[in-house]
Design a protein around this ligand. Structure first.
Ligand code: CAA
Length: 384
C-alpha cells in the first residue's frame, strides 16, 4: 500500500514538459490565435513551431522515430496548446486520433512507413469514421471497400473530418462485408495523393475555425491490400479502441481551453474596478471563480486518471475515457461561459479571447462522440 499516493501528482518530467510547451504556446501560438479564428485559416505557424520542437505527434513510439511520450505527456502537450489556441491543439490531438489505429492494430510495415513519416513531420494524420448518415451510429456507415486482386477499391463519403485537406494520411473505416454490420468493417490507410481522393468545401463553424473540417470523398480509390490496418472485419473495434484512447485527448483540450479562460478572467477581475474597488473584492465574483476553479481541477484529475488508464490500456479505459471527455467538456462549456460573464460586455467582444474560448469549448461536447453517446458508453460499462 505504501507509495500509492505519489500517483496523485505528475512527475517532475511531466511538469518540465508543461513549462516547455507553455512557453512555446505563449510565444509562438498565442500571438496568432485571434487572427487564425477571425480569418478561419489553418495555424501554419503552430504546426511549424510544434514540428520544429518535436511536439506535433509526441505519442509516436521511439521505435518508429517518435518522442515516445506517454499518454499523460501527450495530454499535457494538448492541454497547454489548447490553453492559448484550441484550433492549434488539434494538430497533436488529431495526429494521435488518425494514427492510433495503426499503432493499435497495424502490421510492422505500416507502422514503419506511416508512423515514421508522421514523426518526421512529413505529413499529418486524420481519422475518417463519420459519414453524412452515420454519426453517432458509426457502424451504420456506407463507404465500401471491395477487394480486387492485390488491391482494395474504396467508394464513399466521410464527413466532419478534422484537418482534412491539410493532412497527408487518413485512416478510413469502410464496409468490406455488408452482411455483418460492425464485424464487416475494416480500416485502411489512404493517402491524400491517392487518385480518387478529394475534399469538400470547409465547413463554416461556430468555433475551432482554424482547423479545417471537410468531407473526404473517395471515388474508386485503389490502394494496395497492404494498406489494410489489421485483419479484415476488425476495423470497427479498432476505431472504438482508438476513441477510448483519444477521448482522453479531447478531455485534455477541454481542460486547456477552460484553464485559458479562467486565467484570463482571474487577471481581469483584479484590474477591473467598479463601485470604487476591484470587482475581485466582491464575494459574488469570488464564488464564481471558486466554482470554476473547482470544476476545472476535478476535470483535470479525471483526465489524468483516464490518461493513466490509456497508458496501460486498462480494461476500464472505455468508461474512464468517456467520463473524462464528458465531464471535462461540460466543465469547459460552463467555465468559458462564466468567464465571458465575468468580463461583462468586454467578454462578449473579440477584443478579449473569452468569446473565442467559449465558442471553441462547444465542440468538445460534440466531437469524438457527443456527450450523450459518452453517457451510453459509461452506462453500458456499468451495467454489463
Ligand atoms: N473497444 C473494443 N471494441 C469495441 C468497443 C471498444 N471500446 N466498443 C465496441 N466494440 C466492438 C465490439 O467488438 C462490439 O462487438 P461485440 O458484440 O462482439 O462486443 C462491436 O464493436 C459493436 O459494438 P456495439 O454493439 O457497442 O456497437 P453499436 O453500434 O451499439 O455502437 C456506440 C456503439 C458506442 C454508440 C458507437 O457507435 C459510438 O461510439 N458512436 C459514436 C461515434 C463517435 O464517437 N464518432 C466520432 C467520430 S471521430 C470525430 O469526431 C472526428 C474528428 O475528426 C475529431
Amino acid at each position: 500500500m505504501t507509495g500509492d499516493f505519489d500517483l496523485f501528482q505528475t512527475s517532475d518530467e511531466h511538469e518540465m514538459l508543461r513549462e516547455t510547451v507553455r512557453s512555446l504556446a505563449e510565444n509562438k501560438i498565442a500571438p496568432n490565435a485571434a487572427a487564425v479564428d477571425e480569418e478561419a485559416r489553418f495555424p501554419q505557424e503552430a504546426l511549424d513551431a510544434l514540428t520544429a520542437n518535436d511536439l506535433h505527434a509526441v505519442h509516436v513510439p521511439e521505435s518508429y522515430g517518435g518522442a515516445g511520450a506517454d499518454a499523460l505527456a501527450t495530454v499535457i502537450v494538448i492541454e497547454e496548446v489548447a490553453r492559448v489556441c484550441a484550433s492549434s491543439s488539434l494538430i497533436p490531438a488529431v495526429n494521435k486520433l488518425g494514427s492510433m489505429p495503426v499503432i493499435l492494430s497495424g502490421g510492422e510495415e505500416l507502422k514503419q512507413r506511416y508512423l515514421g513519416a508522421l514523426a518526421r513531420g512529413e505529413g499529418m494524420f486524420s481519422y475518417c469514421l463519420s459519414e453524412p448518415e452515420a454519426g453517432s451510429d458509426a457502424a451504420g456507415m456506407k463507404t465500401r471497400a471491395v477487394r480486387d486482386g492485390d488491391h482494395w477499391v474504396l467508394d464513399g463519403v466521410k464527413s466532419w473530418i478534422t484537418n482534412a485537406g491539410v493532412s497527408e494520411f487518413y485512416t478510413v473505416m469502410a464496409v468490406t462485408d455488408p452482411s455483418k454490420r460492425s464485424k464487416g468493417i475494416s480500416a485502411f490507410v489512404v493517402e491524400k495523393s491517392d487518385p480518387g481522393v478529394s475534399f469538400g468545401p470547409k465547413e463554416r463553424k461556430l468555433g475551432i475555425k482554424g482547423s479545417p473540417t471537410r468531407t473526404v470523398q473517395l471515388d474508386g480509390v485503389r490502394i494496395p491490400a497492404s494498406r489494410m490496418i489489421g485483419e479484415e472485419g476488425t476495423g470497427f473495434a479498432t476505431a472504438m479502441r482508438t476513441l477510448d484512447h483519444t477521448r482522453v485527448t479531447i478531455a485534455a483540450q477541454a481542460v486547456g481551453i477552460a484553464q485559458g479562460a479562467l486565467d484570463q478572467a482571474a487577471a481581469y477581475v483584479k484590474e477591473r474596478r467598479q463601485f470604487g474597488r476591484a470587482i475581485a473584492d466582491f464575494q459574488g465574483v469570488q464564488f464564481m471563480l471558486a466554482d470554476m476553479s473547482t470544476q476545472l481541477e476535478a476535470a483535470r484529475q479525471l483526465t489524468y486518471a483516464a490518461a493513466a488508464r490509456s497508458e496501460r490500456d486498462a480494461a476500464d479505459l472505455t468508461s474512464f475515457g468517456a467520463a473524462a471527455k464528458c465531464f471535462a467538456s461540460d466543465a469547459a462549456m460552463q467555465i468559458t461561459t462564466d468567464a465571458v460573464q465575468l468580463l461583462g460586455g468586454y467578454g462578449y467582444t473579440s477584443d478579449f479571447p473569452l468569446e473565442r474560448m467559449m465558442r471553441d469549448a462547444k465542440i468538445t461536447q460534440i466531437y469524438e462522440g457527443t456527450n450523450q453517446i459518452q453517457r451510453i458508453v459509461i452506462a453500458r460499462s456499468l451495467l454489463k
